[in-house]
Write a protein that binds this ligand. Structure first.
Ligand code: B12
Ligand code: SF4
Ligand code: SF4
Length: 311
């Protein structure tokens, strides 16, 4: 049998070869403390209309319900910070959505990861997750030693800030585990709380999802954005980066090396008029592999109208 130590080194090397920027490993345990935090968050209705957050509560806090016999959770970070910025007079798009949809990019990498690992260590049970599955990704990242949960709710690394996607592999083989990240480098800073235009950031690193611009512009389906939010969106049309842009740790962000996250030229260059006059057909064509397809054409139109009223 190959040792846990050998396999651990193999996992970390593979993560690097597949282009992930960081890899942390922790024991698969039930997340009792996080379960309480999640429960309170749901009870207070901070998920708004995101009903998928109410589902699979038990799986969300117990990896062995996702992979029977789960022993290890591997967390992988992939930097998406773009080298170029959007035309700054146009409606704003969050940086994570500049290039190809990360679900597609990362899913492919996770499948390759599992295949490579199986070829090296023999068959095992394992699954890869990114974003849409019931996995508390930020909690696992902190437990795997990759960073701390900032006051803005995001996972922050000391070396390069927070513009990272998080992906997770849950496997039923044992590896050597990293220490959790116990320090908190937010200190007395409150720049994100002060800058959030909708007051979505509450004490204790809690983000009220139902007040976040990202929620209104992406997740709120077939509904109008509440009028109390008028004048608060600061031109954000899809997602919002304010609480990350103001964070001092993001001064250390470096451009992504992932070629598939190269920004779409339309996202960088479209003017307000071009966004407004886009047809549904061209939206579908241009954003076929972009995160913007989540809002659909109708959602983008609604958001554009909403921010136009702000002027
Ligand atoms: C639902 C969701 C949203 C919702 C609700 C946000 C929220 N507060 O949860 C909305 C649509 C608003 C949203 C917005 C964004 N999201 Co989002 N979202 C998610 C999703 C699918 C689930 C998050 C979740 O479980 N929420 C429930 C709450 C209770 O959990 P939580 O906030 O993660 O908090 C847990 C831990 O952080 C921990 N915890 C919290 N506080 C503390 C404090 C201490 C001391 C400790 C130890 C632990 C701890 O306990 C909590 C669990 O109970 C995850 C993907 C996933 N499967 O995890 C992506 C995810 C969190 N989102 C992500 C991103 C990029 C964003 C945006 C930046 C996108 C944008 N630019 O518009 C914004 C950022 C908004 C913000 N400030 O948080 C990334 C975050 C990457 C990172 N570096 O942290 C994720 C991980 C997606 C991914 N796979 O990369 N998102
Ligand atoms: S993403 Fe924007 S709206 Fe949401 S918490 Fe951060 S600053 Fe507030
Ligand atoms: S802006 Fe300040 S308080 Fe907010 S996450 Fe960054 S360091 Fe922490």
């Amino acid at each position: 049998m190959i040792s846990a130590n050998y396999n651990t080194r193999f996992v970390k090397d593979t993560a690097q070869k597949l282009g992930f920027d960081y890899c942390g490993i922790t024991k698969a345990v039930k997340l009792n403390e996080d379960a309480r935090r999640l429960e309170t968050w749901l009870n207070k209705g901070m998920h708004g209309t995101m009903q998928y957050m109410e589902k699979y509560f038990d799986q969300r806090i117990d990896p062995s319900l996702l992979v029977p016999g789960a022993k290890t959770v591997i967390t992988l970070l992939l930097n998406y910070f773009p080298a170029e910025k959007q035309n700054d007079t146009a409606p704003k798009v969050a940086k994570y959505a500049y290039g190809k949809d990360y679900h597609e990019v990362i899913k492919e990498k996770l499948n390759s990861f599992l295949q490579i690992l199986k070829a090296e260590t023999g068959d095992f049970n394992g699954r890869g997750f990114v974003d849409s599955a019931p996995v508390l990704e930020r909690s696992w990242a902190q437990r795997s030693g990759l960073g701390w949960i900032g006051k803005n709710g995001n996972l922050l690394t000391k070396q390069s800030g927070s513009f990272f996607f998080i992906a997770t592999l849950i496997i039923d083989i044992e590896l050597d585990y990293d220490d959790p990240f116990v320090k908190d480098y937010c200190g007395s800073c409150s720049k994100c709380i002060d800058a959030c235009p909708t007051n979505a950031i509450l004490p204790g690193s809690i983000v009220d999802g139902s007040r976040c611009i990202s929620y209104f512009t992406i997740e709120l389906k077939d509904m109008l954005i509440p009028s109390e939010m008028h004048g608060r969106f600061n031109d954000w049309m899809f997602g919002c980066d304010i609480c990350q842009d103001v964070c001092p740790w993001n001064r250390f962000s470096k451009p992504t090396q992932e070629i598939q996250f190269t920004p779409l030229p339309e996202i960088l260059n479209f003017t307000t008029k071009e966004w407004e006059h886009m047809t549904e057909e061209s939206f579908r064509k241009i954003f076929k592999h972009s995160p913007l397809k989540r809002s659909k054409f109708k959602g983008i139109q609604r958001n554009l109208k909403f921010i136009k009223k702000e002027d």
